[in-house]
Design a protein around this ligand. Structure first.
Ligand code: 3PG
Length: 394
């Protein structure tokens, strides 16, 4: 794919797809990570003399103009971060957009209203993509985290205008390639989270690519139960026992060593500060709920990290939102960060809960790369082609 270094920017109207689907409460942005992620692209375009026209979605208004899903609250925090004014147009297509765009000077920045106010966006209607494209000379996709959607502003428009990857998109793709495409070996994966059922494709893809895979969180219970271990009152998808066994078989055939918990932390209730116990796997009582990995499991995971050159991480190892059940996740994250700092490990993480867990551990800035993507990161880990990325190469 082409990057901004390949583009002639001067005086051009650059339509830039960003992901401003940010956490918001009472009409205020509560986490500006995704706004900050867009700054390098915006700044590069401005310094190249382009007119920067930002396209984004917010939430899921399903083709209707839902006032609570306006992108307007993003304008002020974005302008603060940029240190420059950001204009806003009430519609991403039609006369309202055109009038404001016609008045733009090189270096100006404009945010267009939610593309999902139009049904044509999610339908990837070619006519809608054409209306979007009418307002630009070139298209930049900087929204890796929305690239799993084949929509008008992520896919359709890239077929009409000369298309480039933005800086954040390029960084994401390079980091993901370093983690799974052409990684330094051995590669260790950590996959956690509550359910195996949501991560089947991901596990099946990873076992063919990794040297070791540590499975944690609630989903590990399903694997333990599939091996005949009584998991008591723990979250467990008993109907997936055969599937879990099959994943273990595939891993064996692919020479991927699977690390399942060898001890666990249990409690009868999921409450902050709940009285908890470390249990061996043969000592889990009927009322016990497994809520975190135990100390031996953590020690073995740390050993595996020390023996690895690359780590790719998705999903927490326990109920990290409720201390003390955050212990294994936090300690493993800190150890990974230390190994990155000392130059021994490339550590890449992504996916909604994972980023929250790394933030809680205070190590996000020390990882080699933390993706801004939720669903797109998972689909990429599943080995799927992302339509927004594919459209940049075609
Ligand atoms: C995200 O927040 O993960 C992306 O912006 C995609 O949003 P969506 O799941 O509503 O398509």
């Amino acid at each position: 794919f082409k990057t901004l270094d390949d583009a002639d920017l001067s005086g051009k109207r650059a339509l830039v797809r960003v992901d401003f689907n940010v956490p918001m409460a009472d009409g205020k942005v509560t986490d500006n990570t995704r706004l900050r992620a867009a700054l390098p692209t915006i700044e590069k375009l401005r310094s190249g003399g382009a007119k920067v026209i930002l396209l984004a979605h917010f939430d899921r208004p399903k083709g209707r103009r839902v006032p609570e899903m306006s992108l307007k609250p993003v304008v002020a925090p974005l302008a603060d971060l940029l240190g420059a004014p950001v204009a806003f147009a009430d519609n991403c297509v039609g006369a309202e957009a055109k009038t404001v765009i016609d008045a733009m000077q090189p270096g100006d920045v404009l945010l267009l209203e939610n593309v999902r106010y139009h049904a044509g966006e999610e339908k990837n209607d070619p006519e809608f993509a054409r209306q979007l494209a009418e307002n630009g000379d070139l298209y930049v996709n900087d929204a890796f985290s929305a690239a799993h959607r084949a929509h008008g502003s992520t896919e359709g428009i890239a077929k009409i205008l000369p298309a480039y990857a933005g800086e954040q998109m390029r960084r994401e793709l390079e980091a993901l390639d370093a983690a799974l495409g052409t990684p330094k070996r051995p590669v260790l994966g950590i996959v956690g989270g509550s359910k195996v059922s949501t991560k089947l494709d991901l596990l099946n893809n990873l076992v063919g690519k990794l040297d070791r895979l540590a499975i944690g969180g609630g989903m590990a219970n399903t694997f333990l139960a599939a091996q005949g271990i009584d998991v008591g009152a723990s979250l467990c998808e008993h109907d997936l026992a055969d599937t879990a066994r099959q994943i273990l078989e595939t891993a064996k055939a692919s020479n991927c060593e699977i690390l399942l918990p060898i001890d666990v932390v249990t409690a009868e209730k999921v409450e902050p500060g709940a009285s908890s116990a470390v249990r061996e796997l043969d000592a889990i009582g009927p009322a016990d709920r497994i809520l975190d990995a135990g100390p031996k499991t953590l020690a073995r995971l740390i050993e595996a990290m020390d023996a690895s050159a690359t780590l790719v991480w998705n999903g927490p190892l326990g109920v990290f939102e409720v201390p003390p059940f955050d212990k294994a996740t936090v300690e493993a994250a800190r150890h990974a960060a230390d190994n990155v700092i000392s130059g021994k490990l490339v550590a890449v993480a992504g996916g909604g809960d994972t980023v929250a867990a790394l933030n809680a551990a205070g190590v996000t800035k020390d990882f080699s790369f933390v993706s801004t993507a939720g669903g797109a990161f998972l689909e990429w880990m599943e080995g799927k082609e992302l339509p927004g990325v594919a459209a940049l190469s075609s």
